[in-house]
Design a protein around this ligand. Sequence first.
Ligand SMILES: C[S@@+](CC[C@H](N)C(=O)[O-])C[C@H]1O[C@@H](n2cnc3c(N)ncnc32)[C@H](O)[C@@H]1O
Length: 319
Amino acid sequence: MIGAPNGVPLEEPRGGVHAPVLRNAAIESLAIRADGCYVDATFGRGGHAGEILGRLGEEGKLIAIDRDPDAAAAAAVLFEADPRARFIRARFSELGRHVEPHSADGILFDLGVSSPQLDEARRGFSFLRDGPLDMRMDPEVGATAADFLAQADEREIASVIARLGEERHARRIARALVAARASGPIETTGRLAGVVAAAVPGREPGRHPATRTFQALRIHVNDELGEIERALPQAVGALAPAGRLVVIGFHSLEDRIVKRFMRDAARPDPAWAGLPSMPAAARPRLRLVGRATFANEAEVARNPRARSAVMRVAERLGA
Ligand SMILES: C[S@@+](CC[C@H](N)C(=O)[O-])C[C@H]1O[C@@H](n2cnc3c(N)ncnc32)[C@H](O)[C@@H]1O
């Protein structure tokens, strides 16, 4: 069950439940004002969104974004008849089209996939459940993981698995996948997991041998890193002065982009360094708020997804 704005438990949303990671830390970091305007750029199942709504008064506003149709269905339940909340089914790299410049008092990104996306075999994200090899967060747009594996050459497959999965056996896995597709297309998560498991030498305790390959294909199919790179500058443009940007990432590739972006936006434009006056556009746009935050042991014990979570927070300067 998730919390409703008034604290009354709601019906479980369609398509499963997602336990929000770093919920309290993220909500505190947004420094919510009852009459403020907040954006949840990754609605999921509304765990964070429900908490935000619970802190808003009648004048407050919440804009929630997600590209997943099941998230849209969950939002219809959570937001039913709540005039303060609006759901937009979109990529968060389109945030600037949906949120007015300098209008948001806080924007949250809780990156990656939701538990229901992983848990539902039909979505094709998990090596633990056999299903069609899809992996698209928006199943109406773009190529599936199966399409990619059918069309890409061995070098491209190896490059994606090495770069986005940080998998040291990427070349060996790519070779095995290309050999396997000669006897029929790789169209299920079960077949992909089996081919990868057979190709990888040795076993890492506690980790399925296809973990990194699945992560790589998912990030590639959804252009997850490109989405973050395009969205962060738009989020800064949408923040009002003193508005908070809160980003939770789940692996080093995501976190590197977030960390560098915030660090660079918190510095003056180097082209003006040492000069006596500086135009407004060259001044820092963000102030870093605290250091990176990680989930504590108790949260990781309750919610294993929190193990790799890193939260970074910054505040909008000027306008
Ligand atoms: C980790 S879940 C968020 C969970 C949410 N905070 C909650 O408490 O229920 C990430 C969500 O972001 C969505 N998502 C990921 N990348 C996206 C993008 N580029 N544009 C829109 N939605 C995206 C996914 O579909 C997924 O529902």
